[in-house]
Ligand binder design. Sequence first.
Ligand code: ZN
Length: 157
Amino acid sequence: MIAADQDSRSDLRELYRELILDHARNPRHFGRLDSVTHTAEGINPLCGDKLTLYLHVDGDTIDAASFEGSGCAISMASASLMTDLVNGRSVGDAHRWYRNVTERLTGRGEPDPEPTLERLRALEGVREFPSRVKCATLAWHALHSALESGSEPVSTE
Ligand code: ZN
């Protein structure tokens, strides 16, 4: 039997908390890729989170993404969720999601209607704690910087 308050905010929060703890304890795509075309490091000195992101990009497709690092549960869960999402997706999706996620986590912008991103709602609780926003966005900034620098010549534009 389903309780009447199944979808209440507190139940959702509990679900999101479990999702974050699950990803933090068992990060997906943890470890270096055998073949890397793009990489970036992310450091959040405020909390002590550190990660290195590895991508293998073929044409316009991110055909593998992984990370290594250490830090708080939110930073590790965010990196795990991010690498899970971008695996097999296009570079264009990754750029769009980067913008959308960083805007949402800093309290601006509307949720992306794409169902794929639904799990990221788990991270939106950080908006109530500005000091944790950097923990949640660290992996996404690393993704952006890896894709920007990567194999392309750096532009001064
Ligand atoms: Zn952190």
